[in-house]
Write a protein that binds this ligand. Sequence first.
Ligand code: F6R
Length: 263
Amino acid sequence: MNANEIKAYSNGKKNGVKVFVAGSYEALSKKAASIVAGAISKQPEFVLGLATGTSPLGLYSELANLNHEGRVDFAGVTTYNLDEYYPIDPANDQSYRYFMNKNLFNNVNIDMDKTHVLYGQAPDWKEECAKYDAEIEALGGIDLQVLGIGNNGHIGFNEPGNDFIWETHRVELTESTIEANSRLFNSADEVPRAALSMGIGNIMCAKQVVLVANGPKKAEAIKAALEGQITPWCQASILQLHPDVTFILDEDAASALEEYKAI
Ligand code: F6R
């Protein structure tokens, strides 16, 4: 594939997940940005669900470009992020609030008061989670949710396990996640032991979902999510039941797919 190319993939079934494979990370990011910007432009009072991590960085910088070119307006957009460490000071440069300000909110014409990230210093996490869910519901739900995917198929901080947890909740981080994330902190002791995360219900109730993934480490998770059984051991597999999901992948992330073929 050449770097600018985008191919549609299909598993031949009607109403399945829409899959696009891009020839480069830049093309993937531009495709995702055009879907998100197009949706916002159709509905100026828009509720946008957002993810952190490296996968959507290109999407966020593309959205900032489109905003500067006057092709998308964030003035009426309200955002809700998927997750945040707990406890963490939002001013800490490892917090997801800090990440969002730096990589998107400070770069577009959004009203900061309309941006929401779970508060990492909430005295009562149960109250914080319930308030988050109530606010989203009061706004009529999320119009479009942006997702990344973990190597183990997690979405948000919904890790593989026995259940799909529906509402926003507290997650105890596993030792392996603490270890993996310690590279970003001064030491493993500084990594928060828990996080607050939207649940699978918040994601499944979004009217539209756009998942971005790149790199070979995501290939097995993408295969399990799209072609595997629907199981909480691959949390993203539940997206097969959502009526409007688009996966935007690079060739590496798509490389293990067998049932989905370029059309
Ligand atoms: C982040 C989040 C996570 C990430 C996932 C992939 O808010 O919800 O589920 O999307 O861990 O992370 P990256 O993109 O860094 O590979």
